[in-house]
Design a protein around this ligand. Structure first.
Ligand SMILES: NC(=O)c1ccc[n+]([C@@H]2O[C@H](COP(=O)([O-])OP(=O)(O)OC[C@H]3O[C@@H](n4cnc5c(N)ncnc54)[C@H](OP(=O)(O)O)[C@@H]3O)[C@@H](O)[C@H]2O)c1
Length: 308
């Protein structure tokens, strides 16, 4: 089976390519990596994506490319809608016309994060984005669903949260570097404690997506509407909890002071409750707890911050 990945040079894209290279259903040609030169979200049309499909002949497209700069999206909501919304719609039109399956990677930010009952958002909860990034991702979900459903088989929608993983420069690395600067300055590190989510390691997420493909569970049955999957490492943490775990596992001894979201103004308003209730995987095994997953990321993190 040939699977094409958009955003193949991104954090999730590269994990997907690696996982697909090892997948039992991948043939000798390997997965198809589509990155910005082949597929530019600013210029693509259904026709140019159709030509790409005709050239590379994938049976499934995993759409992981997106404008993920949430503050940039807040400053230019129209551009966000074009890149994350309309471009996803054009990709879906091309997939539907060519009879190719499509799964779109999306986000907890389609939800408002106002939930206070301690339960993660499920696939059937009402979406209500509170920032332009979330609105643009929801538009992508909607346009993909409309185009693919009209073609007979709805899309897979893969929602996830708080991604980190190779090539680094992610939340754990930024926290570790900020902690070292704080230590040099003799200061504690201030981290937001009232934003809670599910830290998710991209290699684990990519493995879960491969499992869904292998078990034929990624894409819905014809006529069934979208198959919405919530894929996250198990458990939840505030940003401050996550930062404490980073420093504990990386053995950086710097105190953390809890602050509120209101103390950390930024262009985009993040949902306070970024927790997704994981949907079952075919194996019946949930993705592992986020702390266990993070342990696998620590050696690369330590190498990166120490330069060794
Ligand atoms: N990061 C998170 O915490 C998070 C959480 C939930 C959901 N998601 C979703 O997960 C998916 C993957 O995110 P990620 O964390 O892997 O993000 P990422 O590292 O920023 O990767 C995004 C990819 O999209 C590509 N891209 C951006 N703008 C583009 C454009 N105008 N034309 C063509 N390609 C463009 C980038 O290409 P270049 O490599 O050329 O820049 C990059 O390869 C996205 O759909 C995102 O919305 C992310």
């Amino acid at each position: 089976m040939r699977v094409a990945v958009t955003g193949a040079n991104g954090r999730l894209g590269r994990a997907l390519i690696e996982a697909l290279e090892e997948a039992p259903f991948t043939g000798p040609m390997g997965p198809i990596a589509w990155s910005r030169p082949e597929l530019d979200l600013d210029t693509l049309t259904a026709d140019t994506v159709g030509a790409l499909i005709a050239r590379d002949r994938p049976e499934l497209v995993l759409h992981a490319a997106a404008w993920t700069d949430v503050d940039g999206c807040a400053r230019d909501p129209e551009l966000a809608l074009r890149r994350n919304g309309e471009a996803t719609g054009a990709i879906a039109h091309a997939c539907a016309a060519e009879g190719v399956d499509l799964a779109v990677v999306s986000t907890n930010e389609v939800f408002d994060g106002e939930r206070t009952d301690g339960v993660g958002y499920g696939p059937h909860d009402a979406t209500n984005p509170i920032n332009p990034y979330g609105a643009s991702k929801r538009r992508g979900e909607e346009l993909a669903t409309a185009a693919m459903s009209a073609g007979g088989r709805g899309p897979g929608i893969l929602r996830t949260t708080w991604l980190y993983g190779p090539p680094g420069n992610d939340f754990p690395e930024k926290i570790a570097r900020a902690a070292l600067r704080a230590r040099d300055a003799g200061q504690p590190l201030r981290v937001v404690a009232d934003e809670v989510g599910s830290p998710t390691w991209t290699p684990d997420l990519a493995d879960a997506i491969v499992e869904l493909i292998w078990e034929d569970a990624l894409i819905p049955e014809p006529g069934a509407g979208p198959a919405v999957h919530h894929l996250v490492n198990a458990g939840r943490a505030s940003r401050a909890d996550w930062a404490r775990e980073v420093l504990r596992q990386a053995r950086i001894d710097v105190p953390i002071v809890d602050i509120g979201l209101a103390d950390f103004p930024r262009a985009s308003t993040p949902p306070r409750w970024a927790v997704l209730e994981p949907t079952p995987l075919p194996s019946g095994e949930p993705m592992r707890p986020w702390r266990d997953a993070f342990a696998h990321a620590v050696p690369a993190l330590v190498r990166s911050i120490t330069g060794r």
